[in-house]
Ligand binder design. Structure first.
Ligand SMILES: Cc1cc2nc3c(=O)[nH]c(=O)nc-3n(C[C@H](O)[C@H](O)[C@H](O)COP(=O)(O)O)c2cc1C
Ligand code: SF4
Length: 474
């Protein structure tokens, strides 16, 4: 890595820490010590003063969430702290990097949260296929239990399925309860884990054991991203002012960026928020593979970042004001060899396949849009396909339980509006590339992004075909 930007190692060490002892040498568990010597209210004050924003995508203020959970958990409730380690956003590898290199800091942050909201169960919800991370988590938990750091808090691990929706927070709770990853009507702070009360028609939890939750228990659950908990541990260790010495007023602290796509080298690195995105891509990832950057996607969750926005500081406020967002700081770069209609097809196909189908406009809307985009890429589309995209993009979010179809609406609309010449090329009969990679990452090593070779084989019913799945008929 060259240039002026030097990655930091506050949460993410350069290499995996070997043991708890090494973590203690870096100041590990000092944050938990601080939390144990202060009241929950005082600790939440510090988290709020630091201004930590959730690193799972939406940037919700962590202190505000913790305070509302602390207030919401009643006497008959059992509180839960849930670590969202499902990491399924295309182009994002930060949570797995963190869990591989420093699992203790994540668990420390969750133990601090448990103290703040009076929870005695912490659930680490990750995927069964993340075997390397699971091994690191298990041994870190064992070490922490052995030295008594977990106190009376029980730590459990859920090994969930490899579906995008698993990372959606209410679907995550379903999986922890042994169900499929289907988003709920109610969010985790209203309807948590193993409650006996019904969730608007969905199955109630199964914990009817003596002393278990009662009809009156909603068991609100605190769900935060892996990196968010790591930051809570750092803030309790170093203080709010230290945290605010990095980043911007509204987006303080460091963040772990993942940069993949058409770049010289794929990278996962911790940098302060507030650096210009273009500079980070140039200096850490070596810039575009060919020509110039044509567009950048932050996962598949926000409108495309066009080249004129590359000067913007990486922050929620700057990208929000420009009509897009930084998501979970997983930036997928496309150079000017790409036709962005082909990119739109990949995004829509991914979201359609991953949609669970509980809300008809979402599953059928993303299907129609994907089929029309596939025809465009094949250069067989007619004006009827454009009309269909325009109609379905307006209704795809109708009666939606979760944010997935909003992502479809935002990303696809922006890609088609921002690159009209690319659309003209496909309408003029020049076929494109049905296989532009949308990085479903399995690893980043030595500057190379490793992608899941099965990604294009997944069917909309979540089974796998033996050849890449196309959606157009005939
Ligand atoms: C379709 C979908 C997938 C998501 N996947 C993830 C994920 O893999 N990891 C994650 O932390 N958050 C994911 N989220 C966001 C979570 O629902 C939730 O907002 C987050 O875990 C809250 O943590 P934070 O406040 O610390 O950011 C997803 C959201 C949606 C709508
Ligand atoms: S909006 Fe789509 S992905 Fe979300 S619950 Fe409904 S059908 Fe499933």
């Amino acid at each position: 890595m060259t240039g002026g930007i030097q990655p930091s190692h506050h949460a993410l060490p350069e290499r995996p820490l070997p043991s708890l002892e090494d973590y203690l040498d870096t100041g590990g568990l000092e944050g938990l010590g601080f939390a144990r010597h202060h009241s929950p209210d005082e600790v939440i004050d510090v988290i709020e003063a630091a201004g930590i924003r959730g690193r799972g995508g939406a940037g919700f203020p962590a202190g505000r969430k913790w305070r509302s959970l602390a207030n919401a958990i009643g006497e008959t409730d059992q509180g839960f702290v849930v670590i969202n380690a499902a990491e399924g956003e295309p182009g994002t590898f930060k949570d797995r990097a963190l869990l591989r290199r420093n699992p203790w800091i994540v668990i420390e942050g969750a133990l601090i949260a448990a103290r703040c909201i009076a929870a005695n169960r912490v659930v680490i919800a990750t995927k069964a296929i993340y075997t390397e991370e699971l091994a690191r988590i298990r041994s870190a938990v064992a070490e922490l239990v052995a030295v008594g750091a977990t106190g009376d808090v029980q730590i459990e691990i859920t090994e969930g399925p490899d579906h995008y929706l698993y990372g959606e927070e209410s679907a995550l709770l379903e999986v922890i309860e042994g169900e499929d990853p289907l988003p709920r009507q109610l969010p985790p702070y209203l309807y948590g884990l193993f409650t006996a009360s019904p969730n608007l028609g969905w199955s109630a939890g199964s914990d009817q054991s003596p002393g278990g939750p009662t009809e009156a228990s909603d068991n609100p659950a605190l769900v935060n991203n892996v990196e968010t908990y790591a930051h809570a541990a750092l803030v309790c260790r170093h203080g709010a002012d230290w945290y605010r010495s990095m980043g911007t007023d509204e987006s303080p602290g460091p963040t772990i960026v993942t940069i993949t796509g058409d770049v010289q080298q794929a990278v996962v690195a911790e940098v302060p928020l507030g650096l210009p995105l273009g500079q980070v891509i140039d200096e850490l990832a070596g810039g575009p593979t060919r020509g110039v950057i044509k567009g950048v996607l932050s996962g598949v969750s926000n409108p495309v970042i066009t080249p004129n926005l590359l000067e913007l500081p990486i922050s929620h406020e700057a990208f929000g004001a420009a009509g897009t967002g930084i998501g979970s700081a997983g930036f997928i770069v496309f150079d000017d060899s790409r036709n962005m209609v082909d990119v739109a097809y990949q995004v829509s196909r991914f979201l359609h396949v991953e949609s669970c189908g509980q809300c008809n406009p979402c599953k059928t809307g993303t299907q129609g849009i994907t089929q029309a985009l596939e025809s465009l890429v094949l250069s067989t589309a007619t004006s009827a396909d454009i009309d269909l995209i325009e109609r379905r993009i307006l209704t795809v979010t109708d009666a939606s339980r979760c944010y997935l179809p909003t992502q479809e609406q935002q990303v696809i609309t922006s890609l088609l509006q921002q690159y009209p010449a690319d659309l003209d090329v496909r309408l003029a009969g020049f076929p494109g590339d049905l296989d532009v990679p949308l990085p479903k990452l399995t690893n980043i090593a030595d500057g190379v992004a490793h992608l899941d070779p099965q990604a294009g084989f997944k069917r909309p019913d979540w089974t796998y075909a033996e050849t890449p799945v196309r959606l157009t008929i005939g």
